[in-house]
Design a protein around this ligand. Structure first.
Ligand code: FAD
Length: 290
């Protein structure tokens, strides 16, 4: 049954969700549905599909979300950014989501497109995510709205405290839950929850989990998003650089330990960045005491 994530939360203390990205080719999309069919055997509560910064795969996010819901009867959350869109365009895409019964949106500002260094607001577009939350909320209660959270502070924000205050504004403008950027040190997540609680944010904060499958890939990704790689991660993965099998095994071991600690510490679930692959998420999942 397709539900709003806010309604799933009412029924479940913990949720498990799998994030996918839209492939560039039709062949890739076909393979993605095979991956989703396999991962669905694990019984996730919902899926989510990212929204490309460059534009090439943007239209397919909606198609894939609609197809996931139709083919698998699984609730799907559409990631949605303000990049390159006027308010009228954003509204027209929300109308299409509504027509397709997509009831969950991860509202995001987005990053500047490749090659553009600083954020520039589109003509008649939005500068910040909370404005997109307002637009989505103008549809009343049709959509459940998630927002992004940055336990270490967003890369462009001067400090964690200010960043948390901005998160609070997103919640005040309709955000109902938070999905975090990846992190590898759980104390960063638990400190974030404390910081949010102190300023009155009690929304669910779902930790984003990235299974490490490549040391070089990890460094590249963290350089762009600003997430810290703790020394313990370098110590484990640097000596394995180039050995795919050993990196994979260590990545699964690391994620199992990280996820178990999060669940044992009271995290309200896990949101896996699957990278459109079956095995890392499946192998981690099967070793967790949930
Ligand atoms: C779980 C997750 C999923 C993501 N999925 C996608 C995706 O599918 N596609 C994609 O392109 N990107 C995605 N991103 C990346 C995201 O778009 C970028 O990190 C972007 O730079 C920030 O988006 P935001 O919604 O947090 O923006 P905002 O909350 O608008 O924040 C942007 C910047 O402005 C500051 N700010 C926020 N509010 C205010 C305010 N009221 N006044 C002044 N300053 C403010 C913030 O501190 C930050 O520096 C994802 C991130 C996460 C964590």
């Amino acid at each position: 049954m397709i539900r709003k994530i806010s309604d799933i939360f009412k029924a479940k203390k913990r949720t498990y969700s799998f994030e996918y990205f839209p492939p560039k080719s039709a062949e890739g999309v076909k393979k993605l549905y095979e991956t989703i069919a396999e991962l669905n055997k694990l019984g996730p509560d919902f899926a989510s599909v990212t929204y490309g910064a460059g534009g090439a795969t943007r239209g397919t996010t909606l198609e894939i979300c609609a197809e996931i819901q139709k083919r698998f009867d699984l609730t799907c959350m559409h990631h949605f950014t303000c990049v390159g869109h006027s308010q009228a365009e954003l509204k027209s895409i929300l109308d299409q989501m509504k027509q397709n019964n997509i009831r969950n949106v991860l509202a995001l500002r987005g990053d500047p497109p490749k090659g553009v260094e600083k954020w520039e607001t589109s003509p008649d577009g939005f500068e910040y995510c909370y404005q997109l939350c307002d637009l989505i909320r103008s549809y009343g209660d049709f959509f459940s709205i998630g927002v992004a959270g940055f336990p270490e502070g967003h890369i462009d924000c001067p400090n964690k405290e200010t960043d948390s205050k901005y998160l609070k504004i997103k919640i005040e403008h309709g955000g109902e839950f938070v999905v975090t950027q990846l992190f590898f040190d759980n104390s960063i997540y638990f400190e974030y929850l404390e910081r949010l609680k102190k300023i009155g944010v009690n929304a669910r904060v779902l930790p984003g989990i990235l299974p490490i499958t490549s040391y070089q890939g990890l460094i590249k990704f963290c350089n762009t998003c600003g997430a810290t790689i703790p020394q313990k991660v370098h110590d484990i993965f640097k000596p394995l650089d180039g050995n795919d099998e050993a990196t994979y095994k260590a990545g699964v071991d690391f994620a199992v330990k990280q996820c178990q600690e999060l669940l044992d510490g009271g995290a309200p679930g896990l949101h896996f960045f699957t990278l459109n692959k079956v095995n890392p998420t499946k192998d981690i999942w099967e070793r967790l005491k949930k």
